[in-house]
Structures are given as structure tokens and as C-alpha cells.
Design a protein. Structure first.
Length: 254
């Protein structure tokens, strides 16, 4: 996906998130994030939007320390002002990424063609996943995630987050997982060991202990641990289903 496509996805998903929140009580539980109420979801995502915008907006070359992060995000609003605060931060992030020069230099934390490409992609998926959380709090499904965005998000999760040294997906004995999208050009082969995950893309003749095949939007939410396996009705698992339990227990983002 291009930077402009990621920014448009960020705009669209953030608007859907706010719309879901607008029709839901702030005290509503978020089933996909069991420890949260809707107000916690809005505070978290609004915080992340303001934090992320600071890097391209100010050309920051290093992570913010606690004091600078508090200054960038500002004080948390009251419940009465929370939704407007979220909308303002979301709009400011979209504007910042739209207006930033293509060659802006700033800190980022996953491989990407450029810092701007990183932040546009990361915030598109941050917002899309949390939009699904807001829909779950509202008690009704929202629109499915666009196929291209879902494929891109699976790739970011698997080849970006899950291969980092701090990732917690590990297995005492070697295990293999293949993820194959049935509605787009996406296939990933994962080798899970005691070391950071190794991922290869494209069709492979190597066998896998478990293969997950299905539409990109369901695979996206399943792998982000937002959709329980028994509710991913269009995903066909073939092989060792215990791997799904391992994924759900250890595939966490930190």
C-alpha cells in the first residue's frame, strides 16, 4: 500500500471508531479487550494518535521520555469531552501525516521504506484494530476491514512485530504455521522456535503443522487476537489446532 492509502485508511477507520463510540455508553465493556471499558479504549487510542503525530510533526530522532510524552499528549479530558478529544487528535494525526514532507526524518521502530511510510502504516492498523474493539463495545459488527488493508496488516504483524527480539511468541519445540489468504496475494510461512519468529513469504513446498486459510479480513482479526478461532467461521484450519492456543497465549504486542 502507498502512504496515501494508509492515511486514507487511518482517516476512515478513525471516523468509524468515533461513530461507534458516539452511540455507546463510555462505561460499556470492550469484549475484545477484557480489562477495558470504552472510555479506556478512547483514551488509549487518542493518546497513541497524539504521541505518534509528535515524531513527524517535530522531526524527533529518538523516543519521547515520559515527561515529553505527557507534554505531547496533554491532559486527559473529562468523560464529557472525551469523544471530541479523540476526534481532534485523530484529525490532527491525519493532517500531520498528509502535510509531512515525504523525506521527513524521525524516529520509527519497524522496518519501512521511510519514517513517513512507517507512521502512516502503523497508525492505520493501530486504528483499524481498535475500531473493531469499539464495534465490539457497541455490540454490533462494523464494516469488514478492506482486503488490501487486512493483507498489509497481517504482513506488518507477522514480519514486523512478531520477528522482533522482544516478541513473546516462542515454542520449546519447533512448530510451523502457514497463513494463506484466499482472497488476495498473501501467504506466510512461520517457523516458531525458542528464538524470534522466522517468516518467509510466498507459496512454499515446506509442510506446516497448521495451515490457516481464509479471507484476509478474518485472518487479520484472528491473528491480532480480536476474533476467537471458533468465531472465525470463514477460516479453515488444517493441522495441529493446539498452535492456535499457543498463538493466543503468546502472540502479544509490547
Amino acid at each position: 500500500m502507498e502512504i496515501t492509502e494508509h492515511i486514507e485508511a487511518l482517516r476512515h477507520e478513525g471516523t468509524l471508531l468515533a461513530d461507534a463510540a458516539a452511540r455507546t455508553d463510555l462505561s460499556a465493556p470492550v469484549p475484545t479487550c477484557p480489562d477495558w471499558q470504552l472510555r479506556d479504549l478512547l483514551r488509549h487510542t487518542g493518546h497513541v494518535h497524539r504521541w505518534a503525530a509528535a515524531f513527524p510533526a517535530r522531526g524527533l530522532r529518538a523516543p519521547l521520555d515520559e515527561a515529553d510524552e505527557e507534554a505531547a499528549v496533554g491532559p486527559m479530558p473529562s468523560d464529557a469531552a472525551l469523544l471530541d478529544w479523540f476526534r481532534e487528535g485523530h484529525a490532527a494525526l491525519v493532517r500531520t501525516l498528509t502535510e509531512a514532507p515525504a523525506d521527513v526524518e524521525c524516529w520509527s521502530f519497524l522496518p519501512a521504506p521511510s519514517p513517513l511510510a512507517f507512521w502512516a502504516r502503523r497508525q492505520a492498523h493501530e486504528t483499524a484494530v481498535h475500531r473493531h474493539d469499539a464495534d465490539s463495545a457497541a455490540g454490533e459488527p462494523g464494516p469488514v476491514v478492506d482486503t488490501a488493508l487486512a493483507l498489509d496488516g497481517i504482513d506488518e504483524l507477522l514480519r514486523g512485530f512478531m520477528t522482533r527480539g522482544r516478541a513473546t511468541l516462542r515454542s520449546d519445540r519447533p512448530r510451523t504455521l502457514r497463513v494463506r489468504a484466499g482472497d488476495g496475494p498473501g501467504s506466510w510461512h512461520l517457523a516458531i522456535t525458542q528464538e524470534p519468529l522466522t517468516v518467509t513469504t510466498g507459496e512454499s513446498p515446506e509442510p506446516a503443522d497448521l495451515t490457516l486459510t481464509g479471507p484476509a479480513d478474518e485472518l487479520y482479526l484472528l491473528l491480532w487476537n480480536r476474533l476467537p478461532a471458533d468465531q472465525a467461521r470463514k477460516v479453515e484450519p488444517t493441522g495441529d489446532l493446539d498452535l492456535l492456543d499457543l498463538w493466543r497465549a503468546t502472540a502479544m504486542i509490547r
